[in-house]
Design a protein around this ligand. Structure first.
Ligand code: UDP
Length: 323
């Protein structure tokens, strides 16, 4: 059994589907604060919270769990600045509860959803795993703290981990069974699609005076199924006796906000009303990751590395999403 904490959320649900189709038995644990019951279509479901230590004990006692994947963190950067307590409580304290439950039950394999936000403002592009980690907001700090906790737990207690540092997760299940469903939605691609579909009037571009090709921010978008594939490879790597390690997950290509808008217009065949707004606080001009390490060490091969395909899957899902 693989325990997928946060398996009703965006990346967790795609990973649950991916693993299940590969024949793995999965258990989803989710408190449905941001996750959706409708996304738990594979495996067994436990509804509950990581703050509930007795409940965690029960899950580990009832199932033969060989590895844990942890997706259930809060991930709104702006909110983490306004209400850091919420982030330290859930992303740090609750993650430690999970690690403690693993320790008590002698489950030793952990795959952690980390983030490029642990690097902070890049001093070098593309960003490799060796880049200094100096996060610039509480969200990034909570993720880095858990990476540090894992290092110490690994040395002292024998827990083995893989940190997967995602760049910009995007796209949806090509079968459109599940997809990106955030409430509130703050991400560029779904908001641009909604503007194209007329679900919202316009899209505001956050800053047009960055030192980039067209003045707008550049990001590295990675398809959610390619993230799922990486989780599967990381799982097999740990189960085969691999050492604890950290890997970036991006495509190594940067797209500006304006480029993304024009791809959404092309894919949808509709024009988007664009408003040029002020910069959003805390946005670095360019974030592009090198994923050479996971390609060579875990043989990761992204299948959706074309931005048109990534946006096409997102568009297909959003056209028939239940919201
Ligand atoms: N962005 C934007 N308008 C929006 C939402 C996002 O211009 O309504 C920009 C944002 O400033 C960033 C890029 O789009 O440069 C990607 O933002 P997103 O929130 O999707 O992901 P992030 O990079 O913050 O993880």
């Amino acid at each position: 059994m693989i325990l997928i904490v946060g398996g009703a959320g965006y990346i967790g649900s795609h990973t649950n589907k991916y693993l299940s189709l590969k024949g793995e038995k999965t258990i989803v644990l989710d408190n449905l604060v941001y996750g959706h019951k409708e996304f738990v279509k594979w495996g067994n479901f436990y509804f509950g919270d990581l703050a509930d230590k007795l409940f965690l004990k029960k899950i580990f006692a009832e199932n033969k769990i060989k590895a844990v994947m942890h997706f259930s963190a809060y991930a709104y950067v702006g909110e983490s600045v306004k209400d850091p307590a919420k982030y330290y409580q859930n992303n740090v304290v609750n993650a430690i509860n999970l690690l403690e439950a693993m320790r008590e039950s002698k489950v030793n394999n952990f795959i952690f959803s980390s983030t490029c936000a642990t690097y902070g403002n890049p001093v070098e592009i593309p960003i490799t795993e060796e880049h200094p980690q100096n996060p610039v907001n509480p969200y990034g700090r909570t993720k880095l703290m858990i990476e540090q906790v894992l290092k110490d737990y690994s040395a002292a207690y024998g827990i083995k981990y893989v940190n997967l540092r995602y760049f910009n997760a995007a796209g949806a299940d090509p079968d459109a069974e599940i997809g990106e469903w955030h409430n509130p939605e703050t991400h560029l691609i779904p908001l641009a699609i909604d503007a194209a579909l007329g679900k919202r009037d316009s899209l505001t571009v956050f800053g047009t005076d960055y030192p980039t090709k067209d003045g707008t921010c550049v990001r590295d978008y990675i398809h959610v199924n390619d993230l799922a594939q990486a989780h599967c490879l990381a799982l097999n790597y740990l189960l085969d006796g691999g050492e604890s390690d950290s890997f970036n997950l991006g495509n190594g290509n940067g797209f500006s906000v304006k480029e993304i808008i024009s791809v959404v217009e092309k894919v949808s065949g509709r024009k988007i009303k664009v408003i040029e707004g002020a910069r959003r606080e805390g946005d670095p001009a360019v974030l592009i990751g090198s994923s050479d390490k996971i390609k060579s060490k875990l043989d990761w091969h992204p299948k959706f590395d074309d931005i048109n395909t990534i946006i096409n899957t997102a568009y297909k899902y959003r056209c028939q999403a239940p919201f």
